[in-house]
Structure formats: structure tokens, C-alpha cells
Design a protein around this ligand. Sequence first.
Ligand code: HEM
Length: 472
Amino acid sequence: MEVAQAPSPSPTDNQPVDHALVTAYFVAFLGYLIVTLLAGLSYSLQFLQKYPFPGVELLSPGRVRMVHTMSVAYGMLASGLFGIVSYIVPKLTGFPVLSRKLAWWLYGIYNAAVLATVAMILGGHAQGLEWAETPKILDPFIALTVVGIVVNNITPIWRARAEPYYVSLWYILAALIWTPLVYVFGNFLPEYVFGGTAGAAISSMYIHDLVGLFVTPLGIASVYYLLPVAMRVPLYSHALSIIGFWGLAFFYPLNSAHHYLYSPIPMWAQYASIVASIGVHVVVYTVVFNIFATLASDWKQLVTNFPVRWIFMGTLAYLITCIQCAVQVTLAAQEIIHFTDWVVGHAHFVLFGTFTFWITAWVYWLLPRIWGTPIYSLSLGRWHFWLATLGICIMQIDLLAAGVMQGYLWKSLAPFIDSVRASMPFWWTRTFSGILILVGESCFILNIYLTWQASRERRAAAANLQPSGATS
Ligand code: HEM
């Protein structure tokens, strides 16, 4: 039987964290989540020749696909992770960010730039680089805002340097240093400096490092913080967590060319990326082992503690995608799965199944605490969990199977259209799984909205109970 997470804000919770800012980032996360899902679902209908906006140039499928992926990376995941960083850094260091006012400006400028990206992509003004479709004119704004977020958050980490850092701060510090570099490398160098194969090599580094050096370290930092706090048990092993950190720092940046295996990028770089990708498994297994070993101190909490359940499922998805990665990084597997739906399945499972699930754990854990109200409905929460889990598992199995089938058909040199016809049942299943996810996430948003409403009513009732003339 589940129990609601009793909100227990301690007196120190008010300082030095800016709770309103964290809340604003989480609200942005929820907003972009809906954009992501609607764009993904609409685009999936194009594969079924049932696109809902035929002939509407502004909503043409190619543009909607870019809105989908940009909203995933720069809208949804970035907002969720920036929200978590805005909580963890002041909480662990004991110092506020350099300037709260600056933090709000950065929040506003960043969101304006992301919304302008969506509007301009729909207007037909994308940059022609994979995952870097943000229009060129907006790139400097995003880059400068990210630098601002870095400076604002590194200041408290620097001030707290006299004490040893908890592992979450190691990961956050590294991600804060890497992220502006990743953005500038990926958006400017292939566009203005390196063309051809060299540009592709840089692009592959950007594609990989956006996930590997931005999303992954912040995601891991978030779990290393939340899991022990939510479970009220110590982390299984700090030594292991630090080994994982250095493994990530060493191996991840060397992985990138594995996105372009069999391409004209020099073979030695491709082989090196394969070896480094195997090395990344050291990181993955230390993190997964540490999380599961921490969970093992009280498995019951998987049932009784709602945020912990999301962390568990996200970690399981992380393990599965990473084992999958070990398979798909081999040249033998690439021969079949390259350019197929296998890769799309992999992308969804890790970005939704792992990182979105981990951020979701945070939203369920933190917002009720900030608002001083338990989550409105555990039943809605359960629907959310099972629909999202079922949806993403069906999508992953479906797209992996589609990918293998497509790869073998292409290898047999059958006419391409045969593979399109054979893919139809898989694409219908993908859309069906997307609907499950959309319904599940709608339960989530409704639940959070009702929790907020309940907190307002509670506050209003408390204010009415105060003796007249008293001020709070
Ligand atoms: C309603 C649920 C969703 C549906 C139906 C859906 C559908 C799609 C479709 C049709 C594509 C294009 C595939 C192609 O061009 O062959 C795509 C790409 C992508 N989607 Fe989704 N999506 C959904 C949710 C999500 C979520 C929640 C995330 C991340 C958290 C996500 C991440 C991605 C990524 C990263 C790609 C690019 C994959 C690649 O280029 O390899 N999607 N999605």
C-alpha cells in the first residue's frame, strides 16, 4: 500500500534555495513536455499517412520533427535539470547563487530563446546541423545564457571549497564546465570553421556530448542527491560514485565518432570511439550498482515511496539502454541497424525512460514540499507511472524490432518501398505507445495542477484562521 509523501520542509529549506525559481523551471519542464509529446505524436502520424496538418506550411512535418527534438533537449530536459541544479547547489554548498536577480533574468532569456527557436523553426529558419537546429541568430543568446547559468552556480560551489564536495557537486561542476563548451563546439565550429568530414566529426562529438556531458552528469547528480534523501538511508558507496565520475570524465568525450560508424571519418577515430564506448560501461555499472545497492537497504520503498519508484524505473532503463549501446556500437550490429528505427527506439528509451523519469521523481518529491501539500492523488500518480512505463517499453521493443527488420530488408537489396510497407504495423504500434505516454503524462500534469490548487486553498484557509489584524 502506498503512502503519500508527507511534506516535511525544514526551517533551513527557505534559504539559500530560491524555491520560486526551482518551481518556475519545473513548470517550464511540464510545458515543454506537452509540446514534445504533441509534436512527436503528430509527426508519428506522418509515417501512417495521416498527418493532421496536411498542406499547412508552418506545421509541415519536417519542421514539427525539429520542434519535437529541440523541445526535448533545450526545452524539457534542460529546464528540468536547471531546476534541479538550482536546488542542489545552494542546498549542498549552503550558499545562494551569485545573484538571484540574474538567475531570474537568465530563466527569462533562456525561455524566450527556446520559444523563439520553436517559432523560427516553424517559420522555416533552422540551422542545418543535426541536434543544433536552433537558428544561427539565436545561438549566441543560448550560449551566453548558459555561461550566465554556469557563473551563477559555480560561485557557491567555489565559496564552499573548504569542505569536501558531495558527489552530486562533482558531477554538476563538471557539467557546468562542459556544457558551454559543448554548445559552442557543436553550433559554431561545424558551421563556420570546419567543413566536410572534419565538421561531421565535430558534429558527432556535439550530438554525443549533449547527452553525455550535459544531460547524463546532471541526471546522475540528481539521483545521487535525491535517492538517499528520499529514502532516508545513506548512499551505498561514495568511493564507487567517485570512480564512476572519473570514468565518465575520461571515456565519454572519446565516444562521439560511434554515431558515424562506416562513415568517411578516419577509421582509427571510429575504432577509438568503439573502445571508449566499452569503457563507458564502467561508469554505467558503478552508477547502477550504487543505486540498486542503496535501494537494497529497503526494497519496500519501491512500493511505499513514490519518487523512489520513478528513480528505480529510470535506472533500469539506463541499464538496459547502456547494455543495448554495447551491442549497437559493434561494427557487426551497425551493418544492420544504422539509419533504422532501432536508433530512434534507443533515443526514446534513454531520454524519456531514464532522464525524464528521474526528473519526474524530483517533481513528485519537491513540489509538494515547496507547496506544503501532499501530492493530490496517488491514484493519478499510479496511472501516470504505469502508462508512461508501459508506453515507453512498448515503444522501445517495437522500434528495436522495426530496426532489425528494416536493416535486414535493406541488406537484402529489396526495393526500399518494401521496407516502408513492412514497417507500417510497427509505426502504428509506435503511435499507440505514444498515446499511452500522452495520457499518462496528462495525468501527471493534472495531478501537479490539483496539488498546487490544494496548496492555495490550504494557504487561504490558514490565512482565514489567523486572528484579524495579525500579519504573517
Ligand atoms: C508521444 C510520444 C512520442 C512519439 C509518438 C514520438 C515520436 C517520434 C518520431 C516519429 C520521431 C522521428 C523518428 C524518425 O525521424 O524516424 C521522434 C524522434 C525523436 N524523439 Fe520522439 N516521440 C515521443 C516522445 C518523445 C519523448 C518524450 C522524447 C524524449 C524525452 C523523445 C525523443 C526523441 C528523440 C531524441 C528523437 C530523435 C531520434 C533520432 O533522430 O534518432 N520523443 N519521436
